[in-house]
Design a protein around this ligand. Structure first.
Ligand code: DX5
Ligand code: ZN
Length: 232
């Protein structure tokens, strides 16, 4: 089954974050997670201003687009995201998310992303309240809840994020929205049951997949855990 953007909508989707992949072997690593059952490829774009780290930009996304078979889920951790929406859409993003902390005109930003035929998401930092979404919630295709402070892979899951996912789920239900909840940061086999139970249906995983000797097997194992949880 696919949604109106042509993106597969399994009950729970796995989005390996290439931040923890080998940047010299991106093609190899992306092919491995796709064989392992990845649903999306999560790409972390960082500008060294909004977050301390600098990662990759539009040319690399374009190169990934040529080899990836999964849709690209591009997470913008950059200031002034409006300036770069078209660049990342043209590079091949299928989903584009912006942080509410750096989007003073979020309504316009989300409308711009959607007008380009791309799925639009708003991201909440751990310290940003769910209420920040109140006036925009019906416009969103997905909400990304950060379960670590953005900037780096391999950080520890912040336990309070579980309650946050529940509160986002309640807010979406109250508003009559069918938007998905994505969770990003410190996700591994030990907490997937909790995050899925709380209402998340897109799981980003970086270290849990790429900091292992076999990313294909790690994706398959995470997929199996998720399928077990989703069936209960
Ligand atoms: C953090 C990024 C994440 C990161 C997740 O700023 O947004 O996507 O790659 O990595 P893990 O799963 O290792 O926490
Ligand atoms: Zn991310």
């Amino acid at each position: 089954m696919t949604d109106r953007y042509g993106i597969p909508t399994g009950a729970v989707q796995i989005a390996p974050s290439i931040l923890s992949a080998s940047f010299a072997e991106l093609g190899r690593d992306i092919a491995a997670v796709e064989r392992g059952g990845a649903d999306l490829i999560h790409i972390d774009v960082m500008d060294g201003h909004f977050v301390p780290n600098i990662t990759i930009g539009q040319p690399v996304v374009r190169a990934i687009k040529r080899i990836a078979t999964c849709p690209l889920d591009v997470h913008l951790m950059i200031e002034e995201p409006d300036r770069y929406v078209d660049d990342f859409v043209n590079a091949g993003a299928n989903m584009l998310s912006v942080h509410v902390e750096v989007a003073p005109h979020l309504n316009r930003t989300i409308a711009l992303i959607k007008s380009r035929g791309v799925k639009a998401g708003a991201v909440l930092n751990p310290s940003t309240p769910v209420s920040a979404l109140e006036e925009i919630i019906l416009e969103l295709d997905f909400v990304l809840v950060m379960s670590v402070n953005p900037g780096f892979g391999g950080q520890v899951f912040i336990p309070e994020s579980l309650n946050k996912v529940r509160r986002v789920r309640e807010a979406l239900t109250r508003a009559g929205s069918s938007a998905q909840i994505e969770i990003d940061g410190g996700i591994d086999a030990a907490n997937v049951a909790d995050v899925v139970g709380a209402g998340a249906s897109i799981l980003v995983a970086g270290n849990a997949i790429f900091a292992t000797p076999d990313p294909e097997a790690a994706t398959r194992a995470l997929r199996a855990t998720v399928d077990l949880v989703a069936r209960v």
